[in-house]
Design a protein around this ligand. Structure first.
Ligand SMILES: Cc1cc2nc3c(=O)[nH]c(=O)nc-3n(C[C@H](O)[C@H](O)[C@H](O)COP(=O)(O)OP(=O)(O)OC[C@H]3O[C@@H](n4cnc5c(N)ncnc54)[C@H](O)[C@@H]3O)c2cc1C
Length: 386
């Protein structure tokens, strides 16, 4: 007899959504988080496309701002504005949202253990150890974020890689709340710099990079405006997607950042994580009902079927971007402006599904106008991923 049907390690948005959905199905679920204050410190830009509406997992009350689009800005400050008639993205309050998701799980019957660090996940016996106790279950869901020790156990030959992400909460003035700014800076590639308006008086200025903390701070400081004051500095890790990474062993599975299930180009993990949670819910429910852990392997294959193509395409785009120089970007932006590519991006651009846009750029022939500058070899990489 086990203590629980399901143990969830880590009460971030992905783990707590999974815990809630399984509790609603009638399972006896426990969730553990080392934090006492869920969601704090804030480690997120809080930007999600309106595709999140399809997940039905974001109540309106956690939306601080609605964006029409983005200004894409090249190193020489050439701008391309992309926008939709309707709202294209939300800026959310991640701290309150994360708390809400955990409270919702508790209300559905999940036993929540706050301030309880899981020190070991025993994959062979489906048990976890906290600092003081041991608990057993039929399934363990590991959703403890980047650098999971369970991921290392499942993947002894793979080193989990991450980007460093840094963000300032900026108090400011007169901000246009309709558009976020995305700056291309060759010092942060393949990452970029974001400035996301929360209100006319507050923005989130951040970046992700392969560089060090000092390097990130030095770059970010260059994007401060004279009207800005820094209210808070936060940083965290964004895992790099790795299609070779195993995410299931025996009755234990990884999900969310622990499974490196984030969009390579933007580092966003919420929407993909919620979609993958639905796959995990369906398959672990079948596993428990049929006493057949082949369904857990199906979770892994279903996830790869849904996301590998898109994530690999994004990785290829990222590789190409990494090789480009300032001149390349400046040239590209000018060509893109000249051929009104802002209209194509506005129509086909989707933060979560970038393959669609790339196909359209190839179809329209615009991509070939860039060839003399960015080179055939790099373009071949895009072709390969289609
Ligand atoms: C600076 C930054 C900006 C970002 N911006 C965006 C964005 O705008 N949009 C977007 O979609 N995504 C964004 N992301 C990514 C997004 O935040 C993550 O993908 C998302 O939080 C993943 O959720 P998760 O539940 O998998 O893990 P996490 O949110 O990392 O939660 C893991 C939880 O596990 C707990 N935990 C860890 N180890 C243990 C342990 N041993 N025992 C018990 N508990 C443990 C932690 O305390 C934490 O509460 C950003 C990330 C960063 C770093």
């Amino acid at each position: 007899m086990t203590d629980y049907d399901i143990i969830v390690v880590g009460a971030g948005p992905i783990g707590s959504t999974y815990a809630y959905k399984m509790a609603k199905k009638g399972y006896n679920v426990a969730m553990y988080d080392m934090k006492n204050r869920i969601g704090q410190p804030l480690q997120c830009a809080g930007l999600v496309s309106t595709n999140i509406d399809k997940t039905r997992n974001l109540p309106d009350e956690f939306i601080d701002n609605k964006l029409k689009g983005a200004n894409l800005i090249s190193p020489d400050k050439t701008q391309i504005q992309v926008s939709k008639d309707e709202t294209s993205a939300y800026v959310i309050d991640r701290v309150l949202y994360d708390k809400y998701l955990v409270n919702r799980a508790e209300d559905a019957g999940v036993d929540m253990y706050y301030a309880t660090r899981v020190v070991d996940v025993d994959i062979n016996n489906t048990m976890i150890k906290t600092e003081h106790d041991t608990y057993s279950s039929d399934v363990i869901c590991v959703s403890c974020g980047p650098n999971s020790s369970t991921s290392k156990k499942m993947n002894p030959n793979i080193i989990d890689e991450s980007f460093l992400a840094m963000q300032y909460i900026i108090k400011t003035q007169n901000t246009n709340t309709n558009y976020l700014n995305l700056h291309i800076d060759t010092n942060t590639l393949p990452g970029f710099i974001w400035r996301i308006p929360v209100s006319p008086f507050e923005s989130r200025l951040g970046l992700f990079t392969t560089g060090s903390y000092q390097h990130a701070a030095k770059i970010l400081n260059q994007y401060l405006e004279t009207k800005d004051t820094i209210a808070e500095k936060v940083y965290g890790l964004i895992p790099k997607f790795n299609p070779k990474k195993k995410i299931v062993k025996n009755n234990t599975f990884l999900i969310g950042d622990a499974a490196s299930q984030v969009k390579p180009t933007t580092g966003g993990g919420l929407i993909a994580g919620f979609n993958i949670t639905d796959i995990a819910v369906e398959n672990t429910d079948l596993m428990l009902k049929n006493h057949d852990n082949n369904y857990l392997k199906k979770y892994e294959t279903d996830y790869h079927t849904l996301y590998d193509n898109e994530f690999k395409t994004q990785q290829n785009v990222q590789k190409i971007m990494k090789d480009l120089t300032e001149d390349d970007f400046n040239y590209m932006f000018k060509i893109l402006r000249q051929y009104n590519v802002d209209e194509i991006i506005s129509q086909y651009g989707d933060m979560d599904n970038q393959t669609q846009l790339i196909k359209q750029l190839i179809k329209s022939g615009i991509i070939f106008k860039l060839v003399p500058k960015i080179g055939i070899r790099r373009l071949k990489n895009i072709w390969k991923s289609q």
